[in-house]
Design a binder for this molecule. Structure first.
Ligand code: NAD
Ligand code: GLY
Length: 366
């Protein structure tokens, strides 16, 4: 498999003992064969991608994977294909090609392809190696890291899944050049989320450099991808299975998921729903006297500048509340929410006045 020259790339590690893995971040990584030679030993590799991403990046990736047996599965684009049927198709191809336990499944694409590839890898022969080559900002800052994999069920999103960590994450920042504008903005919601949860300096940096990010400045994008991955890697390293701290990564998501589900997942991208959810989490924290008006104002202004929604007209407060009650964070009948004690300090609580939630929903829905 060629020379063993070490790869000189910005790398950080998710520390999980024997399951630790590197995240490599740089422009042009897909075309660097030595990255895959060094970090992905499998000789049999199934590449899962979709009809949008594969024509753009699969030829270069296949060249970098040269010398191995490569089998491609190219799915139609879209969340609608993140299903058990698609996972079964991947498993069928693995079986048909007699891939053994030493094979790898590699995801080339956004979170849809990543979640699906990871789930198939978790199931095949009780778990084979899995690599992520994320090509959306959302996947590079969030979904490719941390080992949550899964598919949707008609009864709900991500209802079927497994924790299965990748062995490698290769974030080629150059792929973001072809990402539709709306997808880029949706990914920024997750970056803003990290600042709000635990990094006031990142939040302030975003206030100052948002225009560079929107203009897709390479250095600015690499900076937020690295910082986001550092934060997520540290949280996952401490709480892989979401027994505690990892729930903070869901800031804005309890509101956002409710809005997505109330609108049948058709009105907004996930990141857009998270944007509105962050605005609602900020308003709720203000209602509870935890956040100042000035802080809540800074949050809404940054979301607006990023082109993200901060409220929803098509869902009533009652419908939003009903959808929030089926959230995974309901415990003992009490809905837990991630709230802010300030920009950069999030915490999970079920201890808030129900009227504060009602006022928040009334102000942001309908
Ligand atoms: P996505 O995978 O649907 O990608 C968004 C769109 O961008 C698609 O049309 C895709 O084909 C296209 N695309 C991808 N890369 C491109 C590129 N470089 N150039 C041009 N087009 C490109 O959506 P997403 O936002 O990346 O991911 C959303 C999914 O991630 C959801 O299913 C969500 O549940 C999941 N998710 C998982 C986690 C996790 O921790 N596992 C976290 C957050 C979200
Ligand atoms: N996206 C939230 C998590 O990975 O936990």
């Amino acid at each position: 498999m060629g020379s063993r020259r070490r790869v000189n790339v910005d790398t950080l590690n998710v520390e999980l003992g024997t399951r630790s893995y590197p995240i490599l971040i740089d422009a042009g990584l897909i075309g660097r064969a030595e990255v895959f030679r060094q970090h992905l030993p499998a000789r049999d590799v199934l590449v899962l991608s979709n009809t949008t991403v594969a024509p753009l990046y699969l030829p270069a990736l296949a060249a970098s994977l040269g010398g191995r047996r490569i089998v491609e599965v190219i799915l139609p684009d879209g969340e609608a294909h993140k299903t058990l049927a698609s996972a079964a198709r991947v498993l069928d191809v693995l079986v048909a090609n007699r891939f053994g336990r030493d094979c790898a499944v590699l995801a080339l694409g956004g979170g849809v392809v990543g979640d699906l590839a990871g789930f198939a890898a978790a199931c095949y022969q009780r778990g084979v190696a899995f690599a992520q080559v994320p090509t959306t900002l959302l996947a590079q800052v969030d979904s490719a890291v941390g080992g949550k994999t899964g598919v949707n069920h008609p009864g709900g999103k991500n209802l079927i899944g497994a924790f299965h960590q990748p062995v490698l994450v290769v974030s080629d920042t150059a792929t973001l050049a072809t990402l539709p504008e709306r997808e880029l903005r949706a990914g920024l919601a997750e970056v803003i989320k990290y600042g709000l949860i635990c990094d006031a300096a990142l939040f302030a940096w975003l206030e100052e450099h948002l225009d560079e990010l929107l203009a897709r400045d390479g250095a600015a994008l690499a900076h937020v991808i690295r910082r986001s991955c550092e934060i997520k890697a540290a949280v996952v390293g401490r709480d892989e299975r979401e027994q505690g701290e990892r729930a903070l990564l869901n800031l804005g998501h309890t509101f956002g998921h409710a809005l997505e589900s109330a609108t049948g997942y058709e009105e907004w991208l996930h990141g857009e729903a998270v944007g509105a959810g962050l605005s609602m989490a900020a308003a709720m924290s203000r209602e509870c006297g935890l956040l100042t008006g000035a802080e809540a104002g800074r949050i809404v202004r940054l979301l607006e500048r990023a082109g993200l929604p901060t409220r929803i007209a098509s869902v009533t407060p009652a419908a939003a509340l009903e959808h929030m009650r089926i959230d995974k964070k309901v415990l003992g009948g009490r809905l837990r929410l991630v709230l802010l004690r300030g920009i950069g300090t999030a915490y999970l609580t079920a201890d808030y006045p129900p009227a504060a939630l009602e006022r928040t929903l009334a102000a942001h829905c309908g």
